[in-house]
Ligand binder design. Structure first.
Ligand code: OGA
Ligand code: MN
Length: 204
């Protein structure tokens, strides 16, 4: 088991994410999770049970608005399941590499599962709502095996030069981007869409 676990972690792969984030404020890495790791995380969602309908609006004003976002979420918090511990260990390596190379001063990581039922999306937004300005790097890891071309559900992210880019939510793929000012949305999909969203934050 330790051999396969070791195979999931490669310093070069982490370095590629850092390089791409530095150059383009965006990194996309396929195979960040092995198919087995991705499946284990899907099982973790089932094991954790109930997901809560995501709400919009700042602290004290949170409300459900499926027009804006139709996903349900479950925060990844202690006690962690084994597959979650392995994911967090890798994301900790990424945090350290980002701090070492880009001096971002990233201090902590919030992480949640997100489940979008068929037809649900998340309207254009920036990942720094009121009270969350310390978010510095956004990340998403996708858990959708056998995602068919044409199923929708792309992450549509604005390009700094104008226009946008659509990224399919295929299992094992990691997307990272600098949170500040980077508008993006989740297009509705024809099937259930599973992912993990996270944000590295600086200290207050
Ligand atoms: C988010 C988000 C993008 C995606 O959770 O804030 O923008 O592709 N997710 O799931
Ligand atoms: Mn977002």
């Amino acid at each position: 088991m330790s051999a396969s676990r070791g195979a999931e972690i490669s310093p070069d792969r982490i370095a590629d994410v850092v390089t791409s984030l530095a150059a383009e404020e965006l990194a996309i890495q396929d195979g960040f999770l092995t198919p087995a790791a991705s499946r284990e995380l899907v099982s973790c969602i089932r094991e954790r049970g109930e997901l809560a309908p995501a709400r919009v609006g700042g602290p004290g004003a949170a409300r459900r608005s499926t027009e804006i976002r139709g996903d349900s979420v479950c925060w990844i918090e202690a006690p962690l399941l084994a597959a979650e511990e392995r994911l967090l260990a890798r994301l900790e390596e990424l945090r350290l590499a980002l701090n070492r190379t880009l001096q971002l001063g990233l201090f902590d990581l919030e992480l949640h599962y997100a489940c979008y039922p068929a037809g649900a999306g998340y309207a254009r937004h920036v990942d720094q709502p009121r009270g969350r300005e310390r978010r510095c790097v956004s990340l998403v890891v996708y858990l959708n095996e056998t995602w068919a071309c044409g199923a929708g559900g792309e992450l549509r992210i604005a390009e700094p030069s104008g226009g946008h880019r659509d990224i399919e939510p295929i299992a094992g793929r990691l997307v990272c981007f600098m949170s500040a000012g980077r508008e993006h949305e989740v297009l509705p999909a024809r099937r259930e869409r599973l992912s993990i969203s996270g944000w590295y934050s600086t200290r207050a």
